[in-house]
Design a protein around this ligand. Structure first.
Ligand code: ZN
Length: 394
């Protein structure tokens, strides 16, 4: 990439970082992205009901639609005083840009927004198909939910997820679900506990039994881990009262092919078996549901069940991308993401061919002093350019 393009990419990335965009507050970052797409000559730029920005560039003849998906929301940077450089100033030091969202994932957003425009301009749109770029809101709380709207608008044949992969290719990930177990007791004064039923003691039995469940397993993705992440009793705080209810939240990592019913069944069975031993036991399990307001005023809500996905590393389209990136001297490895992405929707729910490819390291996400190396940013843009050559110049 020439120096002019490299410098433009760095400046655009810095502008995105300066536009603070916690989930539900992405308006300014969305405007920066939409303005850039218009300046770069995208054919169409629209904002959907949740506030995600979708830009499109058409080739001069029909062909597949390639969608680049990157979220534009970030997790908060609450402890700004702990940062060496302020989190929203996008300072450059040691060939790095520092700031919240540099690695997760405005660097990738900047890189593919530019790469797509350069690819189209360099060949005067002489390619088969259509390229869409989506800057998606609300990913940090709802992996894949805002993407459902993006995919219904763009109808992609291929999706590139720009989450950090150190510019390697990711062909899958475990998904994620959140299960809440609730136990119900009978309140009483704690001076006379025998008058009540303590919902926390019931929960202790439940937790012990659930812990004995054997996790599902996949040869590539690993275990369908079920881990207790919080517990809460009511009333709280409980001054001199036997708690009447207790809830425990579990994080469940999802393998391919797992459904809400198949995931909940062993937990429900464990509760039933406990109920057979103790007819007074009252316990239920369900997936949690969350709801947030988008900056557009629209409500986004979903059951927390985001499926896993995995493609065959030998699939022709995966190998075509790999071959093109090898030819350019990048030699990416083909592995899986260790975390959950918008791919849960595209691949897990909709079955669309999806691959992950993004600059920087995943362990920089959500950290104090989050940064991206400028060299990685440029490399990602070149890789995205190569993906388009592989998929649209055939
Ligand atoms: Zn991310």
């Amino acid at each position: 990439m020439d120096e002019t393009r490299s410098a433009e990419l760095v400046e655009f990335c810095r502008n995105l970082i300066r536009a603070r965009s916690y989930s539900g507050q992405e308006a300014e970052a969305a405007a920066v992205l939409a303005d850039e797409m218009r300046a770069l000559g995208y054919d169409e730029v629209v904002v959907d009901r949740y506030g995600s920005v979708i830009g499109t560039i058409n080739g001069n003849r029909p062909g597949p639609t390639v969608l680049f998906d990157g979220h534009i929301d970030t997790v908060p940077a609450e402890n700004a005083e702990k940062w060496t450089y302020p989190p929203f100033e996008a300072r450059i030091a040691d060939d790095r840009i520092y700031g919240r969202g540099t690695s997760d994932m405005k660097g990738a957003d900047a890189a593919f927004t530019k790469a797509v425009a350069w690819f189209a301009a360099d060949r005067d749109r002489d390619f088969a198909g259509k390229i869409c770029v989506a800057g998606v809101v609300q990913e940090e709380c709802f992996e894949g939910v805002a993407s459902r709207s993006v995919s219904s608008i763009t109808k992609p044949d291929y999706v590139i997820i720009g989450e950090s992969s150190r510019c390697n290719l990711k062909i899958g990930q475990r998904g994620r679900a959140e299960i809440k177990i609730e136990t119900h007791g009978v309140p009483a004064h704690s001076a006379n506990p025998e008058m009540g039923v303590n919902a926390v003691y019931t929960m202790c039995d439940v937790i012990g039994r659930v812990r004995e469940l054997v996790p599902t397993e996949h040869p590539v993705l690993g275990k369908g881990i079920l881990e207790l992440v919080d517990i809460k009793s009511e009333p709280y705080p409980g001054a001199s009262v036997v708690p009447e209810s207790c809830s425990a939240t579990y994080d469940r990592r999802l393998l391919t092919g797992e459904t809400p019913a198949s995931v909940l069944a062993p937990v429900s069975k464990a509760l039933e078996e406990l109920g057979e031993d103790d007819p007074a036991l009252s316990a239920t399990a369900h997936f949690t549901r969350a709801q947030e307001t988008c900056y557009t005023g629209e409500t986004i809500s979903a059951e927390r069940f985001f499926p896993g996905w995995l493609f065959d590393r030998d699939a022709d389209w995966v190998q075509a991308i790999k071959a093109k990136l090898d030819e350019k001297g990048f030699f990416p490895e083909i592995t899986q993401y260790n975390f959950c992405t918008n791919g849960s929707h595209y691949a897990g729910e909709a079955g669309i061919r999806t691959i992950g490819l993004g600059p920087s390291r995943e362990d920089l996400a959500h950290t104090v002093d989050e940064y991206i190396e400028i060299s990685e940013l440029a490399k990602a843009a070149e890789c995205y350019y190569g993906v388009l050559e592989a998929l649209l110049l055939g």
